[in-house]
Design a protein around this ligand. Structure first.
Ligand SMILES: C[S@@+](CC[C@H](N)C(=O)[O-])C[C@H]1O[C@@H](n2cnc3c(N)ncnc32)[C@H](O)[C@@H]1O
Length: 295
């Protein structure tokens, strides 16, 4: 039974962190000018209407992307990510062409791109994408987003089970994004088991795992368990924006754990995270952490 729908959360602080880091990892991969495969084990719907009923329910984007939308002082990585989201918000004109985003012009924030759409905006069209999404409705929406593209496969199956069939890819270059909903506590164990098997099969792959900062022992222990899976190097970045509610619950922040990160990433994030903390803070104790085991 899948109750989680990403439309309720699109563009929130967790999406900001995840998609900003994803953008930079993919930029690094594209810079090498060799084809690679993007594998998204929990891909979502590909794009979200922020004015739709689901996104409006708690309007989480207001404390996320909305806080960055029109700021003139964005640092480079954040500006790069925000520009992609702005590009996604541009509608084609009568000639079918997208308008050019003039300097200083900001379109209204109406849409938010999911991870596959961000990847597609960065990767060459000919590079392969494999997108797993278990929810049938979101899988259909995702397939409609990428309809007709021969380099993209939308797979309406379990992404944990499906990853081992995708690695190693040919040629042997890939970025894997694993972004479960953690709706079931079993997801924490599945993350570890799935990544362990994938790293054994394809040690040089770049694996990016998102996890929630919530009051659960499984979430708190996850980074330590992931470190043991990454003999060649890892990077862990976490952004805390709020406190738990009065019952001790809530998504207070989130983290990204990257196995085989670009060597440039630590320095780039160190320059950027203080800005994100300041822009997205919901309480005085907002903070970030970056730790790394270099290759
Ligand atoms: C956090 S959302 C993904 C958001 C997306 N990666 C993005 O950044 O835009 C998690 C998605 O995983 C889907 N899902 C849940 N369990 C799954 C599974 N075992 N395999 C594949 N997809 C799953 C959910 O339906 C949901 O759309």
């Amino acid at each position: 039974m899948l109750a989680y729908r990403h439309a309720f959360h699109a563009g929130n602080h967790a999406d900001v962190l995840k998609h900003m880091v994803l953008t930079q990892v993919l930029r690094y991969m594209v810079d090498k000018d060799k084809p690679f495969r993007y594998i998204d084990t929990h891909a979502g719907a590909g794009g979200y209407l922020l004015k739709g009923a689901q996104a409006q329910k708690k309007a989480e984007y207001r404390e996320g992307i909305n806080q960055l939308w029109s700021r003139p002082d964005l640092p480079p990585l954040t500006a790069d990510y925000v520009k992609l989201v702005q590009q996604f918000n541009l509608q084609p004109g009568e000639d079918g062409q997208l308008p050019v985003l003039e300097k200083g012009m900001t379109p209204p924030l109406a849409l938010y791109p999911g991870s596959p759409s961000i990847a597609r905006m960065i990767m060459p069209r000919s590079d392969q994408m494999r997108l797993f999404e278990l929810h049938p409705t979101d899988a259909r929406t995702l397939a409609a987003h990428f309809g007709g593209s021969r380099s993209v496969q939308v797979i309406n199956e379990d992404g944990f089970g499906g990853l081992k069939g995708q690695v190693p890819p040919t040629p042997r270059r890939a970025v894997v994004l694993m972004d479960p909903s953690y709706e079931l506590v079993a997801d924490y164990g599945k993350v570890i088991a799935t990544l362990r098997e994938a790293v054994e099969r394809f040690a040089e792959g770049v694996y990016m795992l998102w996890y929630p900062q919530v009051s659960r022992i499984e979430a708190a222990n996850l980074p330590k368990r992931l470190m043991a899976l990454a003999p060649k190097g890892w990077l862990h970045v976490r952004l805390t924006v709020s406190q738990p509610d009065e019952r001790g619950f809530g998504l207070t922040g989130s983290g990204m754990f990257i196995i085989n990160p670009p060597y440039t990433l630590h320095q780039q994030l160190a320059a950027e995270m203080p800005y994100l903390v300041d822009a997205l803070a919901q309480f005085d104790g907002a903070s970030y952490l970056i730790e790394e085991q270099p290759a």
